[in-house]
Design a protein around this ligand. Structure first.
Ligand SMILES: Cc1cc2nc3c(=O)[nH]c(=O)nc-3n(C[C@H](O)[C@H](O)[C@H](O)COP(=O)(O)O)c2cc1C
Length: 329
């Protein structure tokens, strides 16, 4: 065991995890040789995420980030998921064990601070099949499956499901208010999605974009030639599924999301999690039956592509202080 595990430092790294609308819906308790992860239900987006799927995926991503940060300290861990049947908000307990770290988790650490959600047009360069396989293997280790949707007809169907979900959400008054609240946070909130991380749709876009529309944008699109659709770049859409759809599956889907995003970042790829089509039951079922044709449960879509050449750096989004997300020890 490492002589002095720094659990607080590991939790600080875990705070870099992606979360829906950057809500950071988590709380942490640091004990002498364990860390507990709890859901913060007060940060649940009731209209956008009626199933609490996104919230649990976000917490699962933070759980995986924590595992990665502990592995980088050469610590072995044991994870108990949903350890208390009477408290559904206690999502995981991670305890330090004797032995060496998981080398695959440790190798992802460098990507934790480099990863960004990239909502810009990506490159026209194809993502190699080998890279998609590597990313899928990382999801596999977390008991989830990533399905690249490369067949043009199925890709079009997937795009149609996203468009349909966006149309449904446009008619839900609470959806728009949640989007307003989380894209225009009060000074010092250190959460939400700033305009600096959102790009307006590129001019001359052919076909419907799978990206969520946000009210404000302040990020430049790279100067790349206009393509021929469906999304005007060669970004791939990958659907993440789990065998069942219980809270533990959603938590695991979040761990797999983190693993896949960090693996892609490590390969130099840009990524965008996309959840609109999995937030709505009808479009989620449509993806399950008519895009994938399987019994597993879609949890999230990941957009993965090469960044366009000359695309600038994307600023890191804020996170709340460690102090404000800690529960008493
Ligand atoms: C479960 C989940 C769902 C998300 N859904 C979307 C989405 O539909 N569209 C989008 O642009 N970003 C989406 N994101 C990305 C978050 O907005 C992003 O992680 C957050 O703003 C923090 O920014 P960062 O990823 O650059 O650190 C999602 C992230 C998670 C974990």
């Amino acid at each position: 065991m490492s002589p002095s595990p720094d659990l607080a430092a590991a939790v600080e790294h875990a705070l870099r995890a992606p979360s829906v609308h950057n809500t950071q819906p988590w709380r942490w308790r640091i004990l002498p040789s364990a860390v507990e992860l709890h859901a913060d239900w007060t940060r649940h987006l009731a209209w956008t995420d009626p199933d609490r799927r996104d919230l649990l995926i976000s917490c699962g991503a933070a759980l995986h980030h924590l595992r990665v940060a502990l592995a980088a300290q050469d610590l072995a861990v044991r994870v108990a998921r949903l350890p208390d049947p009477d408290r559904n908000g206690h999502l995981a307990s991670v305890s330090i064990e004797p032995g060496g770290a998981d080398p695959i988790d440790a190798a992802l650490f460098a990507a934790v601070h480099r990863r960004r959600t990239d909502r810009r047009r990506m490159s026209h360069r194809q993502v190699p099949a080998a890279a998609l396989r590597t990313i899928a293997e990382h999801a596999d280790r977390e008991h989830a499956t990533l399905h690249p949707v490369t067949d043009p007809a199925l890709r079009e169907r997937l795009g149609a499901a996203v468009t349909e979900a966006a149309r449904t959400q446009a008619h839900a008054p609470g959806y728009a208010s949640e989007l307003q609240i989380w894209t225009q946070r009060y000074a010092g909130a250190r959460d939400g999605i700033p305009a600096a991380n959102v790009a307006a749709p590129p001019p001359g876009l052919v076909g419907a974009s799978p990206l969520r529309r946000f009210p404000r944008s302040g990020l430049d699109q790279p100067h790349t030639p206009t393509g021929t659709g469906p999304a005007d770049d060669a970004a791939e859409l990958l659907v993440l599924t789990t065998p069942h759809d219980e809270p533990i599956d959603r938590l695991r889907a979040g761990e797999a999301t983190s693993a896949a995003l960090l693996a892609a970042t490590r390969l130099g790829l840009a990524t965008t999690p996309l959840s609109q089509a999995t937030e709505i039951a009808t479009t989620r079922n449509d993806i399950r039956s008519h895009v994938l044709g399987i019994l597993a449960h879609p949890q999230l879509i990941l957009r993965v592509g090469w960044p366009a050449s000359h695309a600038g750096e994307i600023p890191a989004t804020d996170r709340r202080d460690l102090r404000s997300v800690l529960l008493p020890g």
